[in-house]
Structure formats: structure tokens, C-alpha cells
Design a protein around this ligand. Structure first.
Ligand code: HEM
Ligand SMILES: *[C@@H]1O[C@H](CO)[C@@H](O)[C@H](O)[C@H]1NC(C)=O
Ligand SMILES: *[C@@H]1O[C@H](CO)[C@@H](O)[C@H](O)[C@H]1NC(C)=O
Ligand SMILES: *[C@@H]1O[C@H](CO)[C@@H](O)[C@H](O)[C@H]1NC(C)=O
Ligand SMILES: *[C@@H]1O[C@H](CO)[C@@H](O)[C@H](O)[C@H]1NC(C)=O
Ligand SMILES: *[C@@H]1O[C@H](CO)[C@@H](O)[C@H](O)[C@H]1NC(C)=O
Ligand SMILES: *[C@@H]1O[C@H](CO)[C@@H](O)[C@H](O)[C@H]1NC(C)=O
Ligand SMILES: *[C@@H]1O[C@H](CO)[C@@H](O)[C@H](O)[C@H]1NC(C)=O
Ligand SMILES: *[C@@H]1O[C@H](CO)[C@@H](O)[C@H](O)[C@H]1NC(C)=O
Ligand SMILES: *[C@@H]1O[C@H](CO)[C@@H](O)[C@H](O)[C@H]1NC(C)=O
Length: 355
């Protein structure tokens, strides 16, 4: 299955006059990502990322859900700018990565580092970490769901990562329908987008601290299967406050396949998180969930489109910020300002219109 991304015209219009002196006409407000952004500057970029993700997935299939969630958690905090990958906050203070929403559950950092290293060897200082992550998430969708979509690219990497912003923008598993709708609305994602993207929970795992507490309420209210709850409680320590690395698969039926079974489990009271269960308890959300349970093609089409939409949240383009060299740390500030000047004078090959 293939869904087109709709690249559109480039955000950075570059006119070249004779003598290779280029005049930049920055169009920051109209800046857009483009499918095939690295066509000329790094034609192997997407293939290299795919190779690394495919190899890592062959070793550990948990890599795929890990990378999809990593992209989501990147995009929801300061836009898709790879801020989630930073392990040091240049401004001081804790990073997004250290937020309880991310630590210790987020995974896939090592795969991104390996993919970025492969791309840097082939085309130094050209492909952003944010784009590597967007490609890797798409490849994860392809590997688990046999679903391909073109990823518009051209994202730049940010230089800020702030734990508080992660706490404020990432939604907890105890979120009500209202909070879910509101949290996605703040990112210009629709109610339908929220229900569609929650279907990512058709793959991957969850930790005891993510599902236990609100599920005890659900048991009392009859919205979780008692047998399922008993199974979950047996996995976890009796005291829900106690940390355990134990996890369970979110979709008990087909935990490694990106399919629509997630939506089919919800009416059986087999949704894992309170937030998953909300999709069938609220009358505005329920019709979407039941349509996706009934028609997998419908869900997959909408999923690919919604991933592209999510990948566009507050993106930085053109010559703002930087192309990070090491995805875990921002570039040294002197080299970054120099790099900015160099790029103004010598824009990347794919931004140059030659005649
Ligand atoms: C609607 C609001 C959402 C909430 C409240 C939510 C919450 C969660 C929670 C609590 C976990 C388990 C984390 C753990 O303990 O390991 C999880 C896992 C996951 N989430 Fe979400 N999520 C939401 C939306 C999304 C979206 C939009 C995506 C992707 C587009 C996504 C992708 C995933 C994936 C793939 C996993 C499995 C991660 C792994 O196996 O490492 N989620 N989510
Ligand atoms: C890159 O090449 C593909 C395939 O030819 C094309 O569809 C796409 O529009 C190109 N993108 C850019 C930015 O040149
Ligand atoms: C394979 O996956 C395991 C986790 O399941 C990880 O510890 C190990 O580093 C991975 N090996 C390679 C070569 O990626
Ligand atoms: C992080 O963000 C919060 C909320 O916007 C802000 O109050 C705080 O000063 C920021 N921290 C740093 C180190 O920039
Ligand atoms: C669903 O939840 C939203 C947000 O709380 C609320 O506005 C709406 O009325 C609810 N819809 C139904 C039919 O319960
Ligand atoms: C949502 O759209 C509005 C209007 O186009 C825009 O001003 C705002 O920055 C967007 N917010 C996000 C998070 O993309
Ligand atoms: C369970 O039902 C009670 C009322 O019986 C309500 O106050 C509470 O919010 C419900 N909890 C959940 C998790 O829905
Ligand atoms: C984690 O699960 C294992 C079985 O898989 C169990 O023996 C152990 O008690 C669990 N850990 C905790 C803290 O309950
Ligand atoms: C399922 O959805 C697809 C894509 O929207 C549509 O073409 C198809 O007709 C739907 N199938 C059924 C049985 O409704
Ligand atoms: C990237 O930065 C991290 C954090 O400083 C460091 O541990 C790692 O070795 C660096 N990786 C490379 C390839 O330089």
C-alpha cells in the first residue's frame, strides 16, 4: 500500500545568477517540507536509514514501536526538531528525555544514532536528526504494517530540550476524552487524527506504571475485563508505586503487527490504558473507533496521512537552527553559527537551481 505525501513547493526559493552567487529569498512563513528533499544532496539517505532500521528490527522487533513513539514524542514537544534526542540541555536543567513520560520507557535512541552515523559517512552535515527520525518511524510502519508512505523532509534540528515542556505536552495514559481531544487540538490535529494515531498501540509494550493505577478504577467501573485485569496485576508488584521494569504488550491479539485489531479489542474491554478505553466511551470518538475496527484499509489510509500530518508539526526549515552532527548533543555554538553563514553562501546542492 502506498500513500503519497504531497510535497508541494520548497520553502526556500533560491535563484542563482551567473558566477554561482546565489540570492536567497527566504520564505520562512511558507516553508514546507518536501518529499525527496535529499534527492540530490544525499540520494541514499532514506535507503541508509531503512537498512539500519531493518537490521535493528530483525534483531529486536520492539525497535519499530519504539521509533514510532519516539517520533510522536519529538513532534509533540517543540515540533519535530529532534529535541527529544538531546541528552544535554544547553540552557541547563533537565531535558525532554528525562521527563517521566519518556524515561525510562522511550527506546530506539541507539538505532537513530546508528542511522545518523551511516548517513553522516555518506553525506556529512546534510541530513537532520529530525528527518532521520521521521524516516525511521515510517520504515517501522512499513516493517510492521506493510504500509509505505512518502515522508516530506527538510526539517532542521532544534537547540533546546526542556523537561517541563515534555511534561506539559505529552499526554498521560490516565487522560480523559476531553484531555486527549484538547492535547491533539493544540497541535492542530483533529479528533479523528487522535483516534487514528492512537491505533499505533496495535504494536509495542507498556510498563506497569503506565497501566496499573487507572485500571483499578476501570475494574470497579466494569470497563476492563476482570480476567485481563487479573493477568495484568500478576505481572506487576502489589504496590503500584514500586518501580518494576516489567512490561506487557499493548495489543494482546497481534502485538507485533500494525493492524486494526487494537480497535477490535476495545469493545471487548481489552484496551490496556484508560486513554485507549476512552475511545469507545465517548460518543464523539466511538464512531471513529468502530469504523476503524470494521475496515482496516480505511484505518491504514488515514494512519499514513495522519503520520505525515503529525510529522509537520511546528517544523523548522530553511537555514534556521542546525543540522546536528551528533543527535544527542547540539553542535558547538561557534561551529553552528559558522555553519549557518556557510549555508547562506553555499546552500546545499538540492536547494540550488542551476541552469
Ligand atoms: C492519544 C494519546 C496517547 C497516550 C495517552 C499514549 C500513552 C502511551 C503509553 C502510556 C504507552 C506505554 C509506555 C510504556 O510504559 O512503555 C504508550 C506506548 C506507545 N505509544 Fe502511545 N499514547 C498516545 C498516543 C500515541 C500516538 C499518537 C502514537 C504514535 C503516533 C503512539 C505510539 C505508541 C507506541 C508505538 C507505543 C509502544 C512503545 C514501545 O513499545 O516502546 N502513542 N503510549
Ligand atoms: C525527488 O525525486 C522524486 C522521484 O523522482 C520526486 O517525486 C520528488 O518530487 C523529488 N523531490 C525533490 C524535492 O526534488
Ligand atoms: C539486539 O537487541 C538486544 C535487545 O533485545 C540489544 O541488547 C542488542 O544490543 C541488539 N544487538 C544489536 C546488534 O543491535
Ligand atoms: C523550561 O520551560 C519552562 C516552561 O516553559 C520554563 O519555565 C523554564 O524556564 C525552562 N527551563 C529552561 C532551562 O529553559
Ligand atoms: C466527548 O468528549 C468531548 C470532550 O470532553 C465532549 O465535548 C463531548 O460532548 C463528548 N461527546 C459525547 C457524545 O459524549
Ligand atoms: C496551528 O495552526 C495555527 C493557524 O495556522 C498556527 O498559528 C499554529 O502555529 C499551529 N500550531 C501548531 C502547533 O502547529
Ligand atoms: C468510575 O466511576 C466513578 C463513579 O462510580 C467515577 O467517579 C469515576 O470517575 C470513574 N472512574 C473512571 C476511571 O472512569
Ligand atoms: C515481573 O514479572 C516476573 C514474571 O515475568 C515476576 O516473577 C516478577 O515478580 C515481576 N516483578 C514484580 C516486581 O512483580
Ligand atoms: C474500506 O475503506 C476503503 C478506504 O476508504 C474503501 O475504499 C472501502 O470501500 C471500504 N470498505 C468497506 C467494506 O466499506
Ligand atoms: C554523541 O554524544 C554523546 C553525548 O555526549 C556521546 O556519548 C557519544 O559518544 C557521541 N557520539 C559520537 C558518535 O560522537
Amino acid at each position: 500500500m502506498r500513500t503519497s505525501g504531497g510535497g508541494g513547493f520548497g520553502g526556500l526559493q533560491v535563484a542563482c545568477v551567473v558566477g554561482a552567487l546565489c540570492l536567497l529569498l527566504p520564505t520562512a512563513s511558507r516553508a514546507q517540507l518536501q518529499v525527496g528533499f535529499y534527492n540530490t544532496s544525499c540520494p541514499n539517505a532514506e535507503a541508509l536509514v531503512r537498512q539500519v532500521v531493518t537490521a535493528a528490527f530483525a534483531n529486536n522487533s520492539g525497535v519499530a514501536p519504539g521509533l514510532i513513539r519516539l517520533h510522536f514524542h519529538d513532534c509533540f514537544v517543540r515540533g519535530c526538531d529532534a529535541s527529544v534526542l538531546l541528552s544535554v540541555n544547553p540552557a541547563g536543567g533537565k531535558t525532554e528525555r528525562e521527563s517521566p513520560a519518556n524515561d525510562p520507557s522511550l527506546r530506539g535512541f541507539d538505532v537513530i544514532d546508528a542511522a545518523k552515523a551511516a548517513v553522516e559517512r555518506s553525506c556529512p552535515r546534510t541530513v537532520s536528526c529530525a528527518d532521520v527520525l521521521a524516516f525511521a518511524a515510517r520504515d517501522s510502519v512499513t516493517l510492521t504494517g506493510n504500509l509505505f508512505y512518502d515522508v516530506p523532509a527538510g526539517r532542521r534540528d532544534g537547540r533546546v530540550s526542556n523537561e517541563t515542556e515534555a511534561n506539559d505536552n505529552l499526554l498521560g495514559p490516565d487522560s480523559t476524552a476531553e484531555i486527549l481531544i484538547d492535547g491533539f487540538g493544540k497541535k492542530n490535529l483533529s479528533i479523528e487524527d487522535m483516534v487514528v494515531l492512537s491505533g499505533s498501540h496495535t504494536i509495542g509494550r507498556s510498563h506497569c506504571f503506565s497501566f496499573l493505577s487507572t485500571n483499578r478504577q476501570r475494574l470497579a467501573n466494569g470497563t476492563i475485563s476482570p480476567a485481563y485485569q487479573a493477568l495484568l496485576e500478576a505481572l506487576c508488584p502489589p504496590n503500584p508505586g514500586q518501580f518494576t521494569p516489567n512490561t506487557t504488550e499493548i495489543d494482546v491479539s497481534t502485538p507485533t503487527v500494525l493492524d486494526n485489531n487494537y480497535y477490535k479489542l476495545l469493545p471487548l474491554n481489552l484496551g490496556l490504558h484508560f486513554s485507549d478505553d476512552q475511545l469507545i466511551r465517548n460518543g464523539t470518538l466511538a464512531p471513529f473507533a468502530s469504523a476503524f475496527a470494521a475496515n482496516e484499509t480505511l484505518w491504514k489510509d488515514k494512519f499514513a496521512a495522519a503520520m505525515i500530518k503529525m510529522g509537520n508539526i511546528e517544523v523548522k526549515t530553511g537555514t534556521t537552527d542546525e543540522i546536528r552532527l551528533n543527535c544527542s548533543v547540539v553542535n558547538p555554538s561557534s561551529s553552528s553559527s559558522t555553519a549557518g553563514v556557510i549555508e547562506m553562501l553555499f546552500p546545499a546542492a538540492d536547494e540550488v537551481v542551476t541552469s
